[in-house]
Design a protein around this ligand. Sequence first.
Ligand code: ASP
Length: 430
Amino acid sequence: MKLHNKIIIGLVLGAAAGITANRFAEGAAWLGWVNNNVMNPVGQVFLRMLIMTVIPLVFASLTLGVAGLGDIRRIGKVGGKSVAYFILSTTLSATIGLVLVNLFQPGAGLDPAMQQELLNTYRSQAQGIQSNMATGFGINTFVNIVPRNPVQAAANLDMLAIIFVSVMFGAALTLMPESKSKPFTQFLDALGEIVIIIIGFAMKLAPYGVFGLIFFTTSRFGWELLESLGLYMVVVLAGLLIHAVVGISAMVRVLGGLNPLVFWKKIRASLVTAFSTSSSNATLPTNLAVAEQELKIPARIAGFVLPIGSTMCMNGTALYEGVTVLFLAQVFGVHLSLGTQVIVVVLSVITAIGAAGVPGGSLPLIMVVLATVGVPAEGIAIILGVDRILDMARTTVNVAGDMSAAVYVARSEGGWKPEMAESGGTPARA
Ligand code: ASP
């Protein structure tokens, strides 16, 4: 049986078991014990195994990807194209969210008693996020992309800084004679292989890890929240669906020249992994494998676009951030003019670029945007109870967006043709 089918089974069984446990034993001591001592640990070990590989994987694949592009001008061109695509797709997605949240006004009808209760229940969790919060926006947000200490950046999982370091290493390699650069590229090749094998070990755990993660989420889920936050959730999920089905499909068709049905079918394994881990970074290895093996995208292009995309291209997250900020503004009765709403969209796009590709990675940044437009930042407490479910959905869209970027760049740069994905065969050479 294919691994992603096993993962789907783990997902469905875990959700069914979790929902049943929630229905019949919500709040029971044994359920708490099982969650804390079995389900969550199993899920976390799986997630950590994947996240553990992210720094070496990004460093190896991105440095090689950059070095493989050959010369600095080409790096600039491919990098510029990728970033332009990231921004375009993310803006499109956030705009869809803006329209929907204005049409349906999900925050207008929230019962004030419920609002208070949610604030009280999740206040301490919200404060925990706030204490990690970046200290707002400014020129330093950009200055900090250049790390003072690459090792420390790696230790902090500071992905933008790691991307910067990798691009610098790759660019330097292109300026060296091959006799000098070769040992290092061979080392990186080997490092990449090692990481892929470790990921293979981790993926053996995936069906169980996913079972644990989804059981943990559903068994503690407050279904009664659906009544008050249902419309908000529907707006987020509908926005994500529209962006995927219409927006990403159209970009894949027009910019990538690829039949969207083929695209969605081929990337199933990535979608399942993203949905079950809620982490773009943890999905990166799967995404790289899918890009090369299923879509036949050249390794040099996939190895360049996907590691950067997994941090910088977050279509789903930007939509989610925009909708959440406007929803909370409605809840708190803060009137935001159209101009301010556009600022919210712009900030959502920028912060989505900086958000870490880990579960809940965008939450601290949403607090920054809330504070910037004058909505109480601790208001985020209101939506924390349903965040994980929405995280699964938005991460799936993030990952699909990364892949669509790779398709576009491969077509315009890599000597790749859509027919290669449609018919199979060997990956193109960049
Ligand atoms: N979990 C998301 C991701 O990894 C980030 C977020 O929106 O929290 O793509």
